[in-house]
Design a protein around this ligand. Structure first.
Ligand SMILES: *Cc1c(COP(=O)(O)O)cnc(C)c1O
Length: 388
């Protein structure tokens, strides 16, 4: 098919040309005296994205899923209780991993489309007077439903209960795109990956741990080897890694960090908000609803709910086969009920309008009762009126 494939799934996201170019490098000796000049500034600059001065950043040649496992196995012990509220597929998978590792998972169901229920969380923590709960698992941005939870609020609930549990935050689809403050929110483990807000291929797990979490590497009872933080710390101290790093991922990260820091994180957050808001206005103009309940709308991904007599999978298939446009599918409970438009990473107004127009065409082709141009028109007006 002529023209580009237009990629609007919420990860992997579009990789800027300058990042692709930066990754196209000859391999080099990762034990050379020059190597620390690459690695050390990366670990320092990552802190600016996680917004931490007190914490420490790590890079594993892995993905976000490994980041979950690093957090569990380096701080906790089998049988420890962890608390999670489930309202989407990624929270589900995270809890499933905890179970498979032998943690005692206390899971509460919440409707898909909502996020972490802060009042219930606070009450549960206050009731846990023995402090059996060792970690609270918080999915900052639930990518399957397009829901963002209030992590500052989670910290407030922990503080209100005077509870010492660790706070683990899955920021795979939020960090580097929407407001994230590791130190201010008292996060102990922040987990991200290269292929979403960082605008790179998959293959880098980017993590940050608080000093409190790092101290627990001394007592954590899980066996671990490849994912051991102590091995990383021993080697990172001198600018090296415990095993062979992915050289292209490191050079790509250098360029991605330069792009993000040059734009400025506040501007990055603001851009994602505007692109998301234009998308939401388009959905409203189509007469459709989004999966996220009011107050939980995500600025990195919008899950569009299709009418009950329609199957979102048909929209996604038409978009791909006919228009070379990749939209995200509904996962698990919302399969067939939603399609997802990613507005994360290397995106601007005109690229979003392409996605909105393509979704509109695919819906019209599938007999949706929408007015041609209605969504595009609403987004155009929003983008024009808010352009800087
Ligand atoms: C993509 C994603 C993951 C999984 O990350 P992988 O890099 O695929 O291992 C985890 N959590 C959230 C919220 C995600 O969006």
């Amino acid at each position: 098919m002529a023209g580009r494939n237009h990629l609007y799934i919420p990860g992997p996201t579009n990789v800027p040309q300058s990042v692709l170019n930066a990754m196209n490098v000859a391999m080099e000796d990762h034990r050379s005296p020059a190597f620390p000049k690459l690695l050390k500034p990366l670990l320092e600059d990552l802190k600016k994205i996680f917004r931490t001065e007190e914490g420490q950043c790590f890079i594993f040649p892995a993905t976000g899923t490994a980041g979950w496992e690093v957090a569990f196995t380096n701080t906790l012990s089998p049988g420890d209780k962890v608390l999670i509220y489930r309202f989407g597929q990624f929270g589900h998978l995270w809890a499933a991993m905890a179970r498979r590792l032998g943690l005692d998972v206390e899971m509460h169901e919440e409707p898909w489309g909502t996020g972490i229920p802060l009042d219930k969380l606070e009450a549960r923590l206050k009731a846990d007077t023995n402090h059996d709960i060792k970690a609270v698992l918080a999915t900052h941005n639930e990518t399957s439903t397009g829901v963002t939870s209030d992590i500052a609020g989670v910290r407030k609930a922990l503080n209100a209960a005077n509870h010492p549990a660790l706070l683990f935050v899955d920021g795979v689809s939020s960090i580097a795109s929407i407001d994230f403050r590791m130190d201010e929110w008292g996060i102990d483990a922040a987990i991200s990956g290269s292929q979403k807000g960082f605008m790179m291929p998959a293959g880098g797990a980017f993590l940050a741990f608080s000093q409190k979490a790092l101290a627990m590497t001394e007592t954590a009872g899980f066996p671990r080897c490849f994912l051991d933080l102590k091995d990383q710390m021993t080697n990172n101290k001198d600018g090296y890694t415990p095993y062979t790093p992915s050289i292209p991922i490191l050079y790509g990260l250098r360029q991605a960090l330069d792009l993000l820091l040059e734009e400025g994180m506040e501007n990055v957050y603001d851009r994602h908000h505007r692109l998301a808001e234009g998308t939401r206005r388009a959905v409203a103009a189509w007469g459709l609803k989004i999966c996220a309940q009011p107050g939980f709308e995500s600025d990195t991904v919008t899950a569009v709910v299709v009418p009950e007599d329609k199957d979102a999978r048909h929209v996604i298939a038409t978009a791909f086969n006919k228009y070379n446009l990749s939209l995200g599918g509904g996962l698990s409970e919302v399969m067939g009920k939603v399609f997802r438009i990613g507005h994360i990473g290397d995106m601007n107004e005109v690229s979003m309008l392409g996605a909105i127009a393509g979704a509109e065409m695919a819906m019209l082709d599938n007999g949706f009762d929408i007015k041609p141009g209605s969504g595009v028109g609403a987004a155009i007006e929003y983008y024009r009126s808010t352009a800087k």
